[in-house]
Design a protein around this ligand. Sequence first.
Ligand SMILES: C[S@@+](CC[C@H](N)C(=O)[O-])C[C@H]1O[C@@H](n2cnc3c(N)ncnc32)[C@H](O)[C@@H]1O
Ligand SMILES: [Zn+2]
Length: 321
Amino acid sequence: MMTNRIFVCPICQSPMELDKQTWFCDGSLNPKSVKHPFDVAKQGYVNLLPVQNKKSKSPGDSQASILARQRFLQAGFYQPLQIKLYQLIQKHLKKSHQQPDMSRIRWLDIGCGEGYYSQKIATIPSISQLIAIDISKPAVSELAKSSKRQHLLWHQSQVINQQTHQSALNQGIVPLVASASKLPLQDNCLSGVSSIFSPILPQEIDRVLSKKGIVCIAKPDVGHLASMRSALFDEVREHQSDKFLQQLYDVGLTLLEEAFVETDLILNQQQLEDLLTMTPYSYRAKRENREALLRQADTTGFKTTAKFVVYVLEKDRKTNY
Ligand SMILES: C[S@@+](CC[C@H](N)C(=O)[O-])C[C@H]1O[C@@H](n2cnc3c(N)ncnc32)[C@H](O)[C@@H]1O
Ligand SMILES: [Zn+2]
């Protein structure tokens, strides 16, 4: 059994010990020294969301929306964003870690979904461990399954610790069912955090980031999928892309870069249906508008433009320069 001091028990906050079958906390922070067990699912993820912390029986995205997103993303429609995220994170990690200790660059992807962006981020050469969390069990399960197929999972790592000569369990992708509002991680243990169209909880992000840690946030930009939204709604409300930025500044983060990604899409009916299912627009739209839109795609292919904005921020920049 290996001790990896970065994960904490979601019940008593004691440090966790990682194992291929079951993770145990060491019980040091609970009065009875109980060691809470968390089984590793056969797909390779660990559920660190105790029943008492769940607000509903199946929180987060449903299986249907996850499968729709998986089909849509695998078709490559948002690849320009995936590539941009890779480039930005690589560039800023290089700048903030002038002499990187390769064994310690850990990245967290919050609200990872089924992992289209997380798996790409994990391939950045300087990142040794990619922790992917989502509150949705089906999402994390999909991510774990495909990471396992690609041999990218934490317990498939062949890296040998030079001191103990044991196989290290702290490399690769670590998929966890967990909540963004209470991350099962020690303070200041990460080099970076991303939230791609997912919740942003500034204080919790700041707590887990190390000094000069990087935050990367992707949001839909003004005009995102405009032709689709105007076909669905009589009145289109624009995205408020940057309203959360002030909250990130308030916890001491500094904006390093803002980048824009724009990509034209031509979608057939199935692809448009998947896009509708994976976004919040579909259930808010009138049924007749939705059906008319899908008919349009059937005849000519539906044209729309995806627009994203990506923010890169840094912790404690001012105090270090
Ligand atoms: C719009 S999806 C984005 C998924 C993925 N980042 C992507 O872009 O493909 C938002 C994700 O956040 C997850 N989520 C929602 N609330 C959460 C929370 N409190 N903690 C962790 N994940 C959450 C959902 O289950 C869903 O998978
Ligand atoms: Zn515990």
